[in-house]
Every structure is written in C-alpha cells, then in structure tokens.
Design a protein around this ligand. Structure first.
Ligand code: GLA
Length: 389
C-alpha cells in the first residue's frame, strides 16, 4: 500500500471502530541505514533514508475526557492511556512507545487532549527498519496535529529517542528517530550525530536501486547486547582519553591498543573505521561511484560481523549470496542494516537487475537457511507528515 492507500485504509478502520470519520491522519516512515552502523551513539556519521513503509494514525478528539483510546487496527487490540496524570509505563507492551512520547509532551508542559486513535504500521516489527521509531515519531506528529503546535523537528526526534530510552529500555542513538522525523523524498541524510547537522545526499540515479532483504529473523535490541556494545565504546574512549570515538584516529587507537582488552579494541576499530566509511560513501553516492559505495558496504558488513559481532548466520548468508551474484549479476554491495542480530540487509543493485536479483536471493536464502526472506526496494521517502488536519 502506498501512503495514499494506507491513509484511506486507516481512515476506514477508524470509521468502522469509532463510528465517525477521523479529523487527523498522520504518518511517519521506517528507515534503512545505507551505512554508518553503531556510530550514532559514538558522535559519528550515519547515512540513512526513510522508506515507503509507515506507522500511520487516524484520530479525532474524544467525547470522554482525560484519556487517549488507541485501537491497533492490525492486531485488533485496544489500549487506553490516562492523560490526567503523568503518563507511566503500562500495557500492552506496544503502547509504551506511545506512552513514552505522550509523557515527553507532558514534561514539556503540553496539556494532552483526549483522543480516539486508530493505528497500524507497514514497517515490519522487529525487522531492523525502525518500527519503534516510526511509531514514536508518528505519535509525536499526532500530538502536534491535535494541539496545533508544531515543535522543532530535531527536538521532536530527541523527544522520541527519550521515549525509547525510558519506556522501551533501549539506550539507542539518534539515527532512527531523526530520519523518521526529517527524511526527504529522493534523498539520503548524512547526519553528523555530534552537531546534529544534516546534509541531504540526492539518491535519484535511476540506474541503481536499494534492495531491502528481511531475513525474517527477529531482532530484540533490549536483550542487553546493544547496551553492552555502547558501554564498550565508552570504555575504549575513556582508555584513550577521548570524549568519544569520533575524536580517535586509527593511529591513536593502535597506539592505545595495550590499554584495553582485545574485545574493546575491536569494538573501537569497527566504530572508527565505520565513521570514515560513511563519509566516503556519501562522497561516492554524490559522484555516482556505485562500485566504490558497494565495496564500502561489504567492508562495513565484515567489520560488523568480525569486530563488532552484531551479525548472525542469516544476515551473513544474505551477504554471501549477494557477493556470489556479484558485480556482473548487478550487485554492487550488501550489508546488514540496523542494530543487528537479525532483521534486514540492504543491497545496492543495478535497477535493471532488481527482479532477477530478488528471485535469486530469495531462492538461495531459502535453500541455505530454510527461511523465506521478504524483499522489497524502496525509493527514499519523506519524513513524518500530517496528511489530514
Ligand atoms: C538501532 C538504534 C540506532 C543505531 C542502530 C545501529 O537501530 O536504534 O540508534 O544505534 O541500532 O546503527
């Protein structure tokens, strides 16, 4: 479903559930990160794009005061949030992404209106495409629409990130919420996570496409591995005497190697190399140097697999299949994307070869792992929008 169809669909769901038409419709996209993995919480660079997959909400002011009623139109579940007191964690689990954002608005002194909401998402859950950030940013956009007060998009991303930290328990960086709030159609976003300055990188060459390959192995970032990686990076920076790994050159790391464990050293080596690769990839995309960008993607994957150890057998299988198809078969590069331990890969491919590559990866992946992958290509989409209201 494209955004227009999705919007009509959620309006229909709202109508069926609440017996009237919605006043507001808002949406926020998921994302795929082309390169720059596990660099955001190290003050580094990331290069994501918003995808044509969305969390979407239809809403209206509620007759009953003091609460937000939410109807999950896909799973047919309901949640109620009492907004007369500071919002806290609650159930069902998915409502915490919404609760966290509402709490963030309350903390900023916003009086939360009573609302009836219907929502759904076409971002696969736990697939490494930021389904949670999409839901958070979508909620923040609904708050803007319903209160009539827009907030600065950077502030909005930070509010959503805080919701993820406090209500979902994942100490994530800023990338996912940022791209969901600030994505631009036809562009990747080169984000400097230290200064929060962004540069739009046009991705409009019709001869190439980005293919997302979902391994359909779920990832669960709150499992502790993510927080552990983050702590290891901080430890490395501390041992080197730097504020963050952003400030450390490969030479400095080598010199300080004896001051840290071998594991912490490898974590730092990934981050420092990945920050450099991300800047080069942005240059490569600007110059339409697709083989160069592809090689950086392969190098990123190897580093995430061997040094950062956040890949898994299924993600590695996809990258191996892509490498086998190779340049001659139309694949420039491929890597895991997102937090890791499952989820998706992203491949840079020749547009003319997309269909053949899709079939080949799906068949070979099934043969290797016994699992059906889901593949789709997406143009870079726009960030969060108020569609109606
Ligand atoms: C998750 C986090 C992001 C980022 C990536 C890894 O998606 O939410 O902030 O750290 O992992 O690059």
């Amino acid at each position: 479903m494209n955004l227009q169809e999705l919007s009509a669909h959620i309006a229909g769901e709202f109508q069926k559930h609440y017996g009237r038409a919605p006043r507001w419709i808002v949406a926020a996209p998921g994302r795929v990160n082309v390169i720059g993995e596990h660099t955001d919480y190290n003050d580094g660079f990331v290069l994501p794009m918003a995808i044509e997959r969305y969390a979407i909400m239809a809403a209206d002011a509620a007759a009953a005061p003091g609460k937000i009623s939410i109807y999950d139109a896909h799973f047919k579940e309901n949640a109620t949030i009492d907004v007369t007191a500071p919002v806290t964690k609650g159930s069902p689990k998915w409502s915490n992404y919404i609760r966290g954002v509402v709490a963030g608005f309350q903390r900023r002194g916003v009086t939360i209106p009573a609302l009836d909401v219907a929502f759904m998402s076409t971002v696969p859950l736990g697939g490494g495409l930021s389904s949670s950030a999409a839901l958070e940013v979508c909620t923040a956009t609904l708050m803007e629409a319903a209160t009539g007060k827009a907030i600065d998009p950077v502030e909005k991303a930070l509010l959503a990130q805080q919701a993820e930290h406090e209500f979902a328990g994942v100490p994530c960086g800023i990338m996912d919420q940022f791209i969901s709030a600030l994505g631009r159609e036809g562009h990747l976003l080169l984000l400097d996570c230290r200064t929060r300055k962004t540069e739009l990188v046009p991705m409009s060459d019709p001869s190439v496409a980005l293919l997302v390959i979902n391994t359909n192995v779920k990832h669960e970032l709150s499992g502790g591995e993510y927080a552990e990686r983050r702590a290891q990076c901080e430890e490395a920076a501390r041992n080197i005497g730097a504020k963050s790994l952003r400030d450390v050159s490969p030479e400095q790391l080598e010199k300080a190697k004896g001051k840290m464990t071998e594991v912490v050293y490898r974590r730092a080596r990934h981050v420092i190399g990945e920050i450099e690769r991300t800047v080069h990839a942005a240059e490569g995309i600007r110059a339409s140097n697709w083989p160069g960008v592809g090689n950086l993607m392969y190098a990123s994957h190897a580093s995430l697999r061997d040094d950062y150890e956040v890949s898994c057998a299924e993600l590695d299988a996809v990258v191996e299949i892509a490498e086998d198809i190779g340049y001659k078969g139309g694949v420039y590069g491929c890597r895991m994307t997102g937090g890791g331990f499952g989820g998706c890969c992203v491949a840079l491919v020749k547009a003319a070869a997309v269909d053949g590559i899709t079939k080949k990866i799906a068949a070979d992946y099934k043969a290797k792992t016994g699992i059906e992958a889901t593949l789709y290509s997406s143009r870079p989409a726009a960030g969060a929008t108020i569609i109606q209201g």
